[in-house]
Structures are given as C-alpha cells and as structure tokens.
Ligand binder design. Structure first.
Ligand code: BT5
Length: 318
C-alpha cells in the first residue's frame, strides 16, 4: 500500500487531500495517516498541511524496491527484488534463494554488507548507502565451462551504464575489474550452482562504488563521485545497469557470445599489453593477445607458446 501511496503522490507535484488519496486507494484516513508516518520514518519527506493535504517533497537516497522497480522497464531482471538494509553478503542470500527455486532475474540488494566478498575470500568494502551491492540470479542455458562469459557480459554492462549515466569512460581489466583512470570502481564475482553438464543457476555479484568519498577508499580504488565531483543518484545508476545487463543477456541467449566479446574488446585495457598473471599459486608473464569464446585469456609467452588462462589476477607490466 505504501508503494501505491508514493506512486499517487509522485504523479502530482502539488497537495493531494487525505480524502482524495484514501478514496482513490480504498483505505481509511487513519490507515493513510499511519502509512504516511511509516514513509516519513523511511526518509520520505512528505509535508502535511491542514485543509490542503499531503505533498511529496523528496525521496531518500535508498534502493527501496519501489524506487528501483518504478520506471525500470525491464522484462525479467528485477522482476523480483529482495531489499535489505544490511546483509553479511548478497551472494549468500542469492545462493539460498537460487536453491529455493528463485526465478531467473531475481535480484538481491543490500545497502551495506558486513562480509562483502571478492574472489578467493578477499574482502569487498561495502559502506552503507555509498555503493551498489547486488547479486543477480540467472538461469542461463549454457554449459558450466561457458559461465565466465557472464562475468564479461556484466563488465560490459557496467561500462555501458557508467557511460550512459555519467558520460565517463570505464575500462575492463580481465577478468572481473572495472577501472576508471586506472583505479578500481567496480568488481564482479560470479558463482554458480551446477552439475557436471548442467547449470542450475548462476549468481552474479556486482559491487560498484558510487558516492564513496576519496578518503574512505583504499588508494587503488575510486568512485563515480570522485570523477563527477558530486553525489549521484544510485537508483538511476542501478536501473541503467539492470537494463544493460538485460539487453546484453538477451544478446548472449539469442545470438551467442561473439557480440559480447566484441563489445568487451572495445572496453578492455588488458589486451595488447604485457601482463603478469597470477593463477593457482603460479604466475606467467607475456603478451595478452585475446580472449576466446569462453572468456579465457590467451597469453603469448616469450617463448612464442600460447597459454590459455580461465581465471587469475592480472598486473600490467610497464
Ligand atoms: C572482486 O573481487 O572484485 C569482486 C567483488 C564483488 C563484490 C560484490 S558486492 C555484491 C556481491 N556480494 C558480495 O559479497 N560480493 C559481491 P577481487 O577481484 O577478488 O577483488 C577484491 C579486491 O578488491 C580486494 O582485495 C581489494 O583490494 C579491492 N577492493 C575491496 N573493496 C573495494 C572497493 N569497494 N572498491 C575497489 N576495490 C575494492
């Protein structure tokens, strides 16, 4: 009901009488008053003036389901959204939901994470109301070894959404980092629940630094606020990101991986450089030549031999 009240109030930028709202929504004046108090407690600025009624002045900077769903215009991503003020990690929550049968496109959002994680048990710094922390449940019709393409698709979607909402260029560092002016602005963590030859579901975790102040970030990291010099609307950025993921996912499902790989090549800063890649307690150095259909990195070693690496940490050699 609170969502309906907000929708009604936000349509008109003027006062609406309590009588009018109650009649329109089929609730009592007392019921309306109670819902308005709850909305105010959540941070909505709603002015009440005797004889005039209620007026919505401002919405809080929160990723409330109502805010994210409103005008999202997505077909399946975010059809179901689970929102939390805080979680240990959105990944754990999404994994549980996936195992309980959550539909394709189910989204888990948290305003902060206590144990936000990166790859190999590394930490993802997730301060409250500053970034976007999401996990998306997908049920793609692909084989388990093709899943890394979903990480590439997510990285492309982040770059496209950043460009669309801020006009800024972001670059992808293989396999799962998105950088801005050489510093990390977003990270992607892809986990899956699969059998030998069948993916049950995949969870894509994305952490994006939006309104983080410079001093609260580690030196290797940056935020959209740092590049734009102002706070940004996280809902707008999240919605754009979800729309980009959806359209790239459609491309992947209907046309295969080639178009996503081509887009990825345009955004990456890894290819064509000399890199050192650490993987499974080993490391190799060489020229990053290309990625293959499954998103694995192809390195040409100094000996001339090519090596294929499906996951690792890349450092650019200068
Ligand atoms: C990643 O791992 O970059 C994947 C991060 C995924 C985070 C999302 S948030 C929503 C979802 N729920 C989760 O619990 N996780 C996902 P990796 O490549 O391993 O990079 C981790 C490293 O990035 C850390 O060791 C730090 O050096 C750095 N780092 C940590 N927090 C950061 C931040 N907020 N911004 C930039 N760099 C960060």
């Amino acid at each position: 009901m609170k969502e309906k009240i907000l929708e009604y109030l936000s349509k008109k930028h003027d006062y609406l009488s309590g009588d009018q709202i109650s009649k329109h929504l089929g609730i009592t004046r007392q019921g309306l008053w109670k819902h308005i108090q709850e909305l105010k407690d959540s941070g909505y600025e709603i002015v009440a003036v005797p004889h005039l009624g209620y007026r919505l002045e401002a919405c809080p900077d929160r990723l409330f389901v109502f805010e994210v769903s409103r005008n999202l215009n997505a077909k399946f991503i975010g059809r179901k959204i689970h929102y939390f003020d805080y979680l240990a990690s959105t990944m754990d929550q999404a994994m549980q939901l996936g195992m309980a049968g959550a539909v394709n496109g189910t989204l888990v959002l948290a305003e902060s994470q206590i144990k936000g994680r990166g790859r190999l048990g590394r930490e993802w710094f997730s301060p409250k109301y500053k970034g976007i922390y999401l996990s998306l449940i997908l049920r793609p019709r692909i084989l388990p070894n093709a899943c890394p393409i979903l990480t590439l698709m997510s990285a492309v979607s982040i770059c496209e959404a950043v460009k669309e909402t801020t006009g800024e260029d972001a670059q992808i560092k293989w396999p799962n980092d998105v950088l801005m002016r050489g510093k990390k602005i977003a990270g992607i963590l892809t986990e899956m629940n699969a059998e030998v030859d069948k993916v049950n579901f995949v969870v894509i975790g994305i952490g994006l630094n939006v309104n983080n102040d410079k001093k609260s970030l580690i030196p290797q990291a940056t935020s959209l606020k740092e590049s734009q010099d102002q706070d940004l609307n996280r809902v707008t950025i999240l919605q754009e990101l979800l729309r980009k993921i959806e359209s790239n996912y459609f491309i992947l499902e209907n046309k295969g991986s080639q178009e996503i790989i081509n887009k990825w090549r345009n955004f990456t800063q890894t290819l064509g450089t000399r890199v050192k890649v650490c993987y499974q307690n080993k490391h190799i150095e060489g020229q990053a030549v290309d990625i293959d259909q499954d998103g694995a990195l192809l390195i040409r070693k100094d000996s001339g031999l090519m090596q294929r690496i499906s996951s690792g940490d890349v450092t650019t050699c200068r």
